[in-house]
Write a protein that binds this ligand. Structure first.
Ligand code: PHB
Length: 250
């Protein structure tokens, strides 16, 4: 790739431009993109214009920029994660119909839990999860499942910290986190009461592929004092269903 005078390649600059979009920042002006991506204004305007022409970004009526449908289309078409979502959806819908709070599916991505899907009802309680959003591994029920069944290197890295406190109940102590991960493995599920939001309890179970490897976490976000066992039973049944559809035989 041709390099700019600052020495970074076109690809690196393109990645920086796309990385300025976050779950909380979905619309920006070209000038804001340039500033956040560390690009000179003229370069930012040119790149954004080219990306809009290619359909990877879109411009709204006020000339603000968002991620384009073409980018969604390309990413979705070939994504393994989205085939998992497709397989999981009917089972998630069943959990949702019965538990009526939030039902979500997460995978491990760069040391965080990345959410592929979230189903919620009109009367479901609080939930900070966003589709295509991330939560910390140590502070969410899905994250704890992904971490407990993850590689040793990953566990060591996360346990070493920093373990940021999101509420009074977040596990911030390395030894306590190790004990929690051992508990998750022995019970086969994670319960996270108030770890990420004081008003909610997350409950998550592992989902295995045909080789038996844990590839995802299926979870419910309940009101803090809701009973956990009914949701757990539904999550376990749904996880068995997804695993069967993926070819895993117990
Ligand atoms: C959890 O999985 O523990 C969790 C996720 C989102 C929330 C609360 C809990 O808002």
């Amino acid at each position: 790739m041709a390099n700019s005078t600052s020495g970074d390649s076109v690809t690196q600059r393109l990645v920086r431009v796309l990385d300025t979009f976050t779950p909380a920042r979905t619309v920006q002006t070209a000038a804001e993109i340039g500033r956040r991506a560390g690009l000179p204004p003229s370069t930012a305007h040119r790149m954004v214009g080219e990306l809009v022409d290619a359909g990877l970004l879109e411009r709204d009526d006020e000339r603000r920029i968002r991620v384009g449908m073409r980018l969604w289309e390309l990413a979705t078409r070939s994504s393994q994660a989205l085939s998992l979502r497709q397989v999981a959806l009917p089972f998630m819908e069943r959990v949702q119909a019965r538990v009526r709070e939030h039902t979500q599916l997460a995978i491990l991505e760069q040391d965080e839990a990345l959410f592929l899907e979230r189903l919620s009802g009109p009367h479901s309680g609080a939930n900070i999860t966003r589709v295509a959003g991330r939560l910390p591994l140590h502070a969410s029920s899905s994250g704890l499942v992904l971490l407990a069944y993850g590689e040793r290197d990953l566990q060591e890295r996360i346990v070493r910290g920093p373990l940021v406190a999101l509420t009074e109940d977040t596990i911030t102590d390395a030894a306590a986190l190790r004990r929690k991960l051992a508990e998750v493995r022995s019970l086969g599920h994670a319960i996270a009461p108030g770890y990420i939001e004081a008003v909610s309890t997350g409950v998550a179970v592992p989902v295995r592929d045909e080789t038996g490897a844990v590839i995802a976490a299926l979870s419910s976000v309940l009101r803090r004092d809701d009973p956990v066992p009914p949701a757990l039973a539904e999550l376990n049944a749904a996880a068995r269903g997804i695993e069967g559809a993926l070819g895993f035989r117990r």
